[in-house]
Ligand binder design. Structure first.
Ligand code: GLN
Length: 567
C-alpha cells in the first residue's frame, strides 16, 4: 500500500492561495509534459495511443515516463474486479495497477514503478493523512488548490526522481466526467505554472459514423472538445478516432470549432494490428507535431528504420498457419480480463510465424457438464490462467486433467499452477480428494495451502505475495534449458497460496519435476512433466513481463509445441 510516506517534502506558507509543493531538486523546464485526454467516449484506444507515442519518443532517443492519472477512488487497482475493469496488472515493485500500465511497459520495454500510476483514491488518502498530521498548518483544505496541488506534486515528483525528457500523462475517463475534473484542472494549472512551451495537450476524440446515415458526423466530437475548452484547456493536437479514414470535411469542421490548425487534426481509423499503430502515427507526423509544439523536435531525431523493423518483426506472414489455443477461465466474456496473456501469445506470433486464435472456454460450463472436456481436443493447447475463488475451479481442474491424460500441451499460470498440481495429485498420485485449502479448507490432501508463517496474517489482502521475486531454475530441467541456461530469473507474483512441501516427494516419485524454486524458501514456483509433450505451469505470471520481440520462454515453447499439434 502506498501513501504511508510522502514522496517528497513539501514547503508551504500559511494562508496562501497558491499551493504548489515542489519536490526537492525539481527544476522547471527540464522535463516536458504531454497531457492526453479523451472526449466523446472511452474505449477508443487512448491507452494504445499513449503507449505508441511513448514508443515514438523513445525511438527518438528520449527518456520517457508514462503516468496514468486514474479517476476512481480505489487507492490502487488491487481490489478491482476484472469483470468490471479488466485485468489487474502488477508492477515489479508490487503495485497493483490497471491494464494500461501493462500496455506502456510492453511498448516501452521498460519496468515502471508505483510513481507511474496515481488514482484519485491515492491522492485523497495522501491529503487526508497529511491533514491529520497537521501539515496544512491550520488552513482549510480545498479541492483547489490542495487536491490539484497534490496531483501536480506527484507529476513533478516523477520528473525529479526519474529525470525524463518527457512525461506522457494519460487522464483516465473522458472530458465531462465528474471523477477526473480535478486531474484536468491540475493539468491546466501545470501549464499555467510550467509555461505553454513545456506542456502540450492532445485530445483523443471519436467521430461517429451511424450505419443508418452512412457518413461521418462530427457534432459529438465538437461538443466533447468544447467541454475541454470550457475547462480552460486549448488542445494543441486532436486525434480523431473513427471506423473509416477521416474525411477532409470532418477534419475541417473539427479544426474550425476547436482552434486547432488543420494539420494538427489527425485522423486515425481502425487498424487490424496494434503493432502498426506507432508507425502509422509517425507517418502522420504525430510525434513530430507534438515535439514542435514543445519546441524540441530538432533535438531528438527519429530512427524510422528501427521502427519499421520493430513493426515487421511483430507481424506474422499473411499466410501464416493458425494455432488455436483455449483459455479456460471465469471471465470468458471480458477479453480485457486476460489481456496480458493475449499479448504474451501475440508476442510469439512474429518469432514463430503463426497466427494465434484464442477461444475462451467457460470453466463453470465445463464444471457443470454443459461443455465436455473432450471439446478441448479441438485446440492445439490449453491455458488455465490466474484467478481467485471457488467458482469454476473444478472445471479448471478438469481441463488440466484432460491435458495431462491426453498429451495436450498445457500451460498453467498462477492458479493454473495450483490447478495442475491438484489434477496431478488426483489423476497420477491417486490422491482423489486433493485440493487447495482456498476452496476446501478441511480437505484430506491439501496439496495447495497457506504455509505456517502465512497463517497468522489476518487482514484480507495482507498476505498476498506481490511483485517481482527471484526464481531459481534447476539445472538439467527443460525450464533451465529454455531460459537461456541462467539459474536465476525474476518474475512477478500475485498470490496467497503455495504448493505444500509435504507432497514434494510423492510428486517426484510419480515423475513431476519442480524446475523452479524460491532461492531461499521451500516455495515451488515452476513445474514440468518430462513424460508429457508439454505440461508446464508457473506460480508466477510470465505474461506480465513478456514483451514484443521478447516473448516469455514459457509462452514461446508452449506455442511451439502446440504448433506441432496443428489444431
Ligand atoms: N487464488 C490463488 C492464490 O491466491 C491464485 C492467485 C492467482 O492466480 N493470481 O494463491
Amino acid at each position: 500500500m502506498r501513501g504511508e510516506k510522502l514522496l517528497w517534502e513539501a514547503s508551504t506558507k500559511v494562508a496562501d492561495e497558491f499551493y504548489t509543493p515542489m519536490p526537492k531538486g525539481y527544476k522547471k523546464g527540464l522535463t516536458k509534459y504531454l497531457v492526453i485526454t479523451g472526449s466523446v467516449m472511452s474505449g477508443v484506444g487512448k491507452g494504445m495511443i499513449t503507449s505508441s507515442l511513448c514508443k515514438l519518443f523513445q525511438n527518438r532517443g528520449m527518456n520517457v515516463e508514462p503516468l496514468k492519472l486514474e479517476a476512481y477512488l480505489n487507492v490502487d487497482a488491487g481490489t478491482l474486479n476484472p469483470y468490471r475493469h479488466g485485468e489487474v496488472f502488477v508492477l515489479q515493485d508490487g503495485t497493483e495497477t490497471d491494464m494500461d500500465l501493462g500496455a506502456y511497459e510492453r511498448f516501452l520495454d521498460k519496468n515502471l514503478t508505483r510513481e507511474n500510476f496515481v488514482t484519485s483514491g491515492f491522492v485523497y488518502k495522501t491529503i487526508i493523512e497529511k491533514e491529520r498530521r497537521g501539515e496544512y498548518l491550520g488552513r482549510d483544505v480545498q479541492f483547489i488548490p490542495h487536491v490539484t496541488g497534490e496531483i501536480k506534486s506527484l507529476v513533478r515528483a516523477l520528473a525529479s526522481n526519474k529525470k525524463p525528457d518527457i512525461i506522457v500523462i494519460e487522464i483516465g475517463g473522458t472530458v465531462g466526467d465528474y471523477e477526473n475534473m480535478f486531474a484536468i484542472e491540475a493539468m491546466r494549472e501545470l501549464m499555467y505554472e510550467e509555461g505553454k512551451e513545456n506542456v502540450c495537450f492532445l485530445n483523443v476524440t471519436y467521430i461517429i459514423d451511424p450505419p443508418t446515415l452512412g457518413e461521418q458526423k462530427s457534432k459529438a466530437a465538437q461538443l466533447g472538445i468544447r467541454g475541454l475548452l470550457s475547462l480552460g484547456i486549448q488542445p494543441d493536437l486532436i486525434i480523431c478516432r473513427s471506423h473509416k479514414p477521416l474525411s477532409n470535411g470532418i477534419a475541417e469542421k473539427i479544426s474550425i470549432n476547436s482552434n486547432v490548425p488543420i494539420d494538427r487534426v489527425i485522423g486515425l481509423e481502425d487498424i487490424k494490428r496494434i503493432y502498426e499503430l506507432p508507425l502509422l502515427l509517425r507517418r502522420r507526423g504525430t510525434d513530430r507535431k507534438i515535439l514542435e509544439s514543445l519546441g524540441i523536435e530538432k533535438k531528438f531525431n527519429p530512427k524510422d528504420k528501427e521502427l519499421a523493423e520493430w513493426t515487421l518483426k511483430n507481424t506474422p506472414p499473411k499466410d501464416a498457419p493458425i494455432t488455436r489455443i483455449a483459455i479456460v477461465g471465469k471471465y470468458v466474456n471480458v477479453k480485457d480480463a486476460y489481456i496480458s496473456i493475449l499479448k504474451a501469445l501475440e508476442h510469439c506470433e512474429g518469432p514463430l510465424k503463426t497466427k494465434i486464435s484464442v477461444s475462451f472456454i467457460d470453466a463453470v460450463a465445463l464444471e457443470n457438464g454443459k461443455i465436455k472436456s473432450s471439446a478441448l481436443n479441438e485446440y492445439a493447447g490449453v491455458i488455465v490462467p490466474g484467478g481467485f475463488g471457488k467458482r469454476g475451479i473444478e472445471g479448471k481442474i478438469m481441463a488440466a486433467k484432460y491435458c495431462l491424460e491426453n498429451q495436450k500441451p498445457y500451460l498453467g499460470l498462477c492458479l493454473g499452477f495450483q490447478v495442475a498440481a491438484i489434477a496431478f495429485a488426483r489423476s497420477t498420485c491417486g490422491l482423489k480428494d486433493a485440493n487447495s485449502t482456498e476452496f476446501e479448507p478441511n480437505c484430506r490432501h491439501p496439496v495447495i495451502t497457506l504455509l505456517p508463517d502465512q497463517q497468522s496474517v489476518e487482514s484480507f489482502g495482507a498476505s498476498m505475495r506481490l511483485g517481482s521475486q527471484e526464481v531459481e531454475l534447476i539445472k538439467g530441467t527443460f525450464a533451465y534449458k529454455i531460459h537461456g541456461k541462467s539459474c536465476l530469473i525474476k518474475r512477478r507474483f500475485r498470490h496467497r497460496y503455495e504448493f505444500n512441501p509435504e507432497y514434494i516427494e510423492k510428486f517426484a516419485e510419480k515423475g513431476l519435476v519442480f524446475s523452479g524454486k524460491d532461492p531461499k524458501k521451500p516455495l515451488m514456483q515452476l513445474l514440468e512433466l518430462p513424460k508429457h509433450p508439454f505440461f508446464m505451469a508457473s506460480q508466477y505470471h510470465p505474461e506480465f513481463t513478456s514483451r514484443p520481440l521478447k516473448p516469455d520462454p514459457l509462452f514461446l515453447h508452449f506455442v511451439k509445441k502446440a504448433m506441432v499439434e496443428k489444431c
